[in-house]
Structures are given as structure tokens and as C-alpha cells.
Design a protein around this ligand. Structure first.
Ligand code: ZN
Length: 245
């Protein structure tokens, strides 16, 4: 059984389509999609991204931007640019797609994996940005492995000792064996990478062989930027895509 693991599509249809092309055919190259939240927010294609996700066998979690689009969050906690994107997204989403977002769970446990958008401790909110925060989170899930998104940075935190964790930068297109130690793994972001690498990020998890593979793939950033200009998105949100921050 192979999972295509994606997160933080952020309404970027071009990046999402490119990832799906690169990942191959559902039923052949992977069996199921795990999407770790933030399907919408920032990008120009919220309805199209939800529609495309729904064509695939998938499980999707709720992210903070999905909740913001539903009006579940006080958007005063967002900066001005993000707030503008949230307002546009909320006004643009169809009723059916709002209902889709409404129904998303915040965590999910299957076999040896716990899934959350942010962290097992605070599923919608917390950013696991460093080894200390990762270390604190290992007591908040029972399975050997936890998959998270939210930081838009691909990484693996490995539990070492009683209360520490060690970060590992991904080796792309290389399968690593998941056994022995507990890990918190982030596949990175499809639609808005923030690790100074503008390429879309995703991962393939094979639970039969227990292997994980981080991948990156370039996509047509200009095409997305052009659509963002047309709907008058803030410049900062448009330029960040070509720099990956
Ligand atoms: Zn996000």
C-alpha cells in the first residue's frame, strides 16, 4: 500500500497538477492520498484544488487556512496580506466546497501513523519548526510515526533518548527505511514552499516496505503568479512563490 503524502497546496492548481503528474497514476504508482491540510488560502485556485483532490481516493485534514476560509478563526491573527487572501478565498469558495472544508477532521490515526496539520499537540495551530518543539510533541501521539505539514518545510525529526529529537534534512528521491526510532515527518508544501526552494514538495510512503521518499518537482510558477495578479493578490504573496519563502 503506497500513499501520496501532500500538504499545504494553498490553492495552487499548477503546483498540485505538476505533483500529481510526477507522482504517477493512482492505483498504479500510489493507492491513496493523504493531504495534511491547507488546501486553500494564498493561491488563486481554491475551488479547482478541492475539485481535483476530490477526484482522487483521499483523506484530507483541516489546516488553519481551511478554518480561516470557514470563518472559524479570528483573521486578526493573520498579517494583512494573508487576511486579504482569506477574505478573497471565503468569497470565492462555492457552498459545496465550503461544506467539504467544514467536514475535515483535525487528526487521524491509521496503523503506525498519526496525521495532523500542525502538530499532534495542537493539530491546527502549532508549528514544529525546531527539534525542541518536535521533542515535546512525541508524548502527544501513540503511534511510531506522525506526519505533519504547516511549516512548509520538508524535514524529519527523529526521537533520540528520552526527551530530545534530531532534525534530518531530506535526501530527495531516496527511499529511507522507517524502523527503529520514532519520527515526526513533514512532506513539505505543494503550493507555497518556504525553505528557499521554490519547487513543489511531496512524498511517497510505502507501508508494505515501510519506506519514505521525499520528492521535489519544479512547476510553472509564472502561470500561478499571472492568475494571482488578475485577482489582485498582494505583491508579496505573488513574488514569494518564485523564491520559496
Ligand atoms: Zn499552510
Amino acid at each position: 500500500m503506497r500513499y501520496l503524502v501532500i500538504s499545504d497546496i494553498h490553492a495552487n492548481l499548477t503546483a498540485f497538477e505538476t505533483v500529481l503528474q510526477d507522482a504517477g497514476t493512482p492505483g498504479e504508482d500510489y493507492d491513496f492520498v493523504w493531504c495534511l491540510g491547507d488546501v486553500v488560502g494564498y493561491g488563486p485556485d481554491p475551488n479547482e484544488c478541492i475539485a481535483l483532490l476530490r477526484t482522487l481516493p483521499h483523506l484530507c485534514l483541516a489546516g488553519n487556512h481551511d478554518w480561516a476560509a470557514l470563518g472559524r478563526l479570528d483573521v486578526r491573527t493573520f498579517n494583512a496580506d494573508a487576511r486579504k487572501a482569506v477574505t478573497w478565498t471565503r468569497e470565492t469558495l462555492t457552498d459545496a466546497n465550503l461544506a467539504f472544508l467544514e467536514a475535515l477532521p483535525t487528526t487521524f490515526v491509521l496503523g503506525e501513523f498519526t496525521l495532523a496539520h500542525g502538530s499532534p499537540r495542537e493539530p491546527v495551530w502549532e508549528y514544529i519548526l525546531d527539534p525542541l518543539i518536535a521533542a515535546l510533541n512525541f508524548t502527544f501521539f501513540q503511534t511510531p510515526f506522525c506526519l505533519v505539514g504547516h511549516t512548509h518545510t520538508p524535514v524529519i525529526f527523529e526521537k533520540v533518548g528520552e526527551s530530545e529529537s534530531e532534525p534530518h534534512t531530506p535526501q530527495y528521491n531516496t527511499r529511507i527505511q522507517l524502523n527503529g526510532t520514532r519520527r515526526i515527518i513533514n512532506p513539505g508544501s505543494v503550493g507555497q514552499p518556504r525553505d528557499s526552494d521554490p519547487r513543489a514538495a511531496y512524498a511517497i510512503l510505502d507501508v508494505s516496505s515501510m519506506t519514505w521518499e521525499h520528492r521535489r518537482i519544479p512547476y510553472d510558477v509564472n502561470a500561478v503568479q499571472e492568475r494571482m495578479r488578475r485577482i489582485d493578490m498582494p505583491d508579496r504573496l505573488i513574488t514569494r512563490l518564485e523564491h520559496g519563502w
